[in-house]
Structure formats: C-alpha cells, structure tokens
Design a protein around this ligand. Structure first.
Ligand code: NAP
Length: 259
C-alpha cells in the first residue's frame, strides 16, 4: 500500500531502539525523511546509519534528553520543518503506590505528559499553516487498563490522553491528525527490564517470567517493533485522515475489554 507520505519529514523521539526505532523504520520504508533522537550517541548513530543504508532516506540524528527543556530545544533547533511527530520517551520506574512522592510524579509528568504536549504545542502551528500534519503519541495499554506496579505511568499517560482527546478535535479542521498508540508488551529493552524485576521478586528465571506473561496474551507472543511501527506509519499516512483522537491498542489482545 502506498501510504502517500514519501518525501514528508518526521521527528521520531526516543528512537535509537525499541518501539521508537520500529516507528522510524516503518516511516522510512514509506519514504519519509527522519529526525531521530535518543540520549546515547552511539546507538543513535548506528540506527541512523542502518536506516539510511536500508531505506535511502535522509536521516538527521540529534542526541539529547527529550524530557528536558534544553534537550527539546536542541532537537527542535536541528529538526527543521516537521510534518510528522512521533512522541516517545522512556517510561517511569515500577513500584507501589506508597513509594511515590511529589518529585516522582513531577518527573513522570514531565517525561510522559508535558514533553509530548510541549512538542505538539511547538510543532503543530506550522502543520496547521501548511494544512497537513500527523502526530502519534506512544502511551501504553495502561491507559485502558491500569498496570498497578506502573502507577506513575498510569497517571502521566492518562493525563496526556485527556489532553489529546480535546486537542485532536481542535486541530483536525486544519488537516492535523493526532492519535495515541497504546503498546502492550513488546520485546524491547524496556520489557526485558520489567520482566527482570518480576523474575527477581518472584524468584523465578527471566524465561519463566516471560513465559508467564506470554500466557496472558491471546496472540501468545510478545509484539515486535515491526508490529508497532506498521500501525504507526499507517496513522501517520495520508490514509488516516479520518481517524481523529483515537487510542489504538497494539497488544495482541491482552487488554480484555469489549471497547
Ligand atoms: P526501550 O526499548 O527501552 O527504548 C527506549 C528508547 O528511547 C531508546 O532509544 C532510548 O535511548 C530512548 N530514550 C529513553 N529515554 C529518553 C529520553 N529521555 N530522551 C530521548 N530518548 C530517550 O523502550 P520501549 O520498549 O521502546 O518503550 C518506549 C515507550 O513505550 C516507553 O515509554 C515505555 O514505557 C512504553 N511502553 C513500552 C512497552 C513495551 O512492552 N516495550 C509497553 C507499554 C509501554 P537512550 O537510552 O540512549 O536515550
């Protein structure tokens, strides 16, 4: 399928690895030029080079912490005109409700709610001027069904979801389409780290922890970055112009809900 976005320019945040990289690769496969971002320079440069070599698109790599004012300023200064924005950052640490104080919440809100809002606020006016834009925010299945150990994530991402619900409807008349993607468990470093925590707590092996989790997923496997990227590229495409303010689960059926 021709997604109709060849030659567009996308900023994909937190994209040297994992789900962000999956989105970047799928966009590159559709002919989209990329601005990639992550904190670590080495993995970022390797990913940028691999995407250039495989897809022949232009790739700019900007190493910065996207959750800080300075980091965002550096990324936005180097990004140029952006048609497609994919927001992403690392997720907050797991724990229990009694672990978390004000500073923990402020950090989670900064990373997973206020950062995507700041990026949208900065980049959407030019998308509106040009009459075309796409935004995908990577949130989590925890927005639909809470993951108790990820209370900081549940809180911050639900806040972002509420913001997007209204904002998406305010910018859609100008050709700017905003949606959220809700990953279930995908085989990335983040998943390995969460499984490691479960394994340690339950005194089982990493493989056992993973097998237990796979058993809860109707698709009976973890998702891949490619699974996730395919939906992201579609939501960023010309074809997705009538999908506004939605929360798309990519979770192998793990969230047991009718709607
Ligand atoms: P990952 O495999 O750990 O990859 C994270 C990527 O983001 C890396 O490229 C990392 O590079 C970059 N990054 C992290 N913090 C950053 C920051 N502050 N500024 C810029 N880049 C940053 O994670 P993932 O599994 O792809 O997860 C992506 C998001 O989806 C996270 O918020 C996660 O909580 C959420 N999520 C994931 C799953 C899952 O199963 N994987 C499920 C639900 C939700 P550097 O470390 O070099 O910066």
């Amino acid at each position: 399928m021709d997604l109709g976005i060849k030659g567009r320019r996308a900023l994909v945040c937190a994209s040297s690895k994992g789900l962000g990289r999956g989105c970047a690769e799928a966009l590159a496969a559709a002919g989209v030029d990329l601005v990639l971002n992550a904190r670590g320079v080495e993995a970022l440069e390797q990913t940028a080079e691999a995407i250039r070599a495989e897809f022949g698109v232009m790739v700019t790599a900007i190493a910065a912490d996207i959750t800080t004012d300075e980091g965002r300023a550096a990324v936005l200064a180097g990004a140029g005109d952006i048609d497609i924005l994919v927001t992403n950052a690392g997720g907050p640490p797991p724990g229990i409700w009694s672990d978390w104080g004000r500073e923990d919440f402020i950090a989670a809100l900064d990373a997973n709610m206020l950062t995507p809002i700041a990026l949208m606020t900065t980049l959407m006016p030019k998308m509106i001027d040009r009459g075309w834009g796409r935004v995908v925010n990577i949130t989590s299945q925890s927005v639909k069904a809470p993951i108790p150990a990820l209370g900081l994530s549940n809180a911050a991402r639900t806040g972002l979801t509420g913001y997007v619900a209204g904002t998406a409807r305010q910018v859609a008349p100008f050709g700017v389409i905003v949606n959220n993607m809700l990953p279930g468990i995908h085989a990335t470093d983040r998943a390995r780290s969460l499984d490691g925590g479960v394994a340690q707590q339950a005194e089982i092996s990493l493989e056992e922890a993973k097998a237990q989790r796979v058993a809860t997923i109707p698709a009976r496997r973890y998702g891949t970055a490619e699974d996730f990227g395919a939906m992201c590229a579609f939501l960023c495409s010309e074809k997705a112009g009538f999908i506004v303010g939605q929360n798309i689960l990519v979770d192998g059926g793990a969230t047991n809900a009718t709607l």
